[in-house]
Design a protein around this ligand. Sequence first.
Ligand code: E4P
Length: 227
Amino acid sequence: MKYFLDSSDINEVEYAFSAFGIDGVTTNPRQLAVLGKKERVVVRELGEWAARKGFTGSQDFPISIEVDPNLAGWEEICREAREIVRQGPCFVVKIPCTEQGLIAARRLEEEGIRTNITLVFSRSQALAAARLGAKFVSPFVGWKENFGEDTAGYLQDIVETYRNYRYDTEIIVAAVRSGKVLADAARMGADIVTCSLEVMKNSVYHPFTDYGLRFFTEAWNAVEAME
Ligand code: E4P
């Protein structure tokens, strides 16, 4: 399973690339607001970073950039998408799962522009994204769990549905809040998980590892101190 970093922060991207070998990046407007950076600035930073790393296309290292959520019609979504991908070969356009968004995504995929259908909360939305040939679909897990919904069955159903019809669309499990959800996604056969750097770090941490390390260090040092 591939790991994408869910972040618009170039320092986090660099760290996650060297520490966790991330396979791609996803961004969203909330992250821009937290960073206090406009999308065009983040697009430039990420595009330059990808070029420095030698990535030549979204097949090497996809970076999802979300279209302006104010855009409601497919034509304006397509216009903005073309503008985003013009700024670098690694960019994939994140489009909300609305009727107009899906129309835009189908047209963009026909033009060779890769899309990521986002804000997906149901199996039928995920099915629609795959039928029209989107490169990625992003079912959100954390948001549903906040409202007490089951997400294990939801994800499993999407994975199985895609297998039934051999859809090429890759499933990005999104809004992942814990190492448990990350591991569950892998067991179900999801293609990708996208999560924050904090979740990525927590997923490789266990307090017993620290405990064991202290225990073994004491034992080692005790032996070394012997005559
Ligand atoms: C994924 O592509 C989304 O950007 C992300 O997972 C949204 O969820 P969050 O911001 O609530 O974590």
